[in-house]
Design a protein around this ligand. Structure first.
Ligand code: SME
Length: 154
């Protein structure tokens, strides 16, 4: 395996021996926000199977919508397809949910546990069009994989 990025190493150290999911996600969102340049929102939506939807979790940024149906918007699409959604221009994404009208680009990484269960999604927004590169995507997937090791108790 290639060497982990500094941000992912910091995450691994930060969450060491902490079992509380809210605490872990809160600090993960803060780490993303303080490390990654030119983003205006970073955080998590958590999957609730009862209503088959995503519910707002720990985040940094402006207030956001609290419930997103599975399959809806960029977040719901990432959850449903289990594929990273790297969107250069959110205004061209069918069904995009505009929480912060300043956002122009978005990347959403689906979070699935070791047993294949849906945990939720990690979402980052930027006011800059085409902000997120393939290198950013790879780094965020790596970050999400380490995060899942800390929050997946199954
Ligand atoms: N734009 C997202 C909604 C969440 S906010 O960006 C924080 C979407 O379309 O799913």
């Amino acid at each position: 395996m290639s060497e982990l990025s500094l941000m992912t190493q910091q995450l691994d150290a930060l969450l060491y021996d902490e079992q509380d999911q809210t605490a872990n996600l809160a600090n993960a969102s803060a780490l993303l926000m303080q490390t990654i340049a030119d983003i205006n929102w970073a955080g998590f939506y958590l999957y609730q199977s009862t209503n088959d939807e995503l519910v707002l979790g720990p985040f940094q940024g402006k207030v956001a919508c609290m419930h997103i149906k599975n399959g809806s918007g960029v977040c719901g699409h990432a959850l449903q397809t289990k594929e990273v959604q790297r969107v250069a221009n959110v205004h061209e994404f069918p069904g995009h949910i505009a929480c912060d009208s300043d956002s122009n680009a978005e990347i959403v990484v689906p979070l699935y546990g070791k047993s294949g269960q849906a945990i939720g999604v990690m979402d980052l927004d930027s006011t800059t069009l085409d902000r997120f590169s393939i290198a950013d995507e790879e780094q965020l997937i790596e970050f999400a994989n380490v995060l899942i090791q800390h929050i997946d108790s199954h």
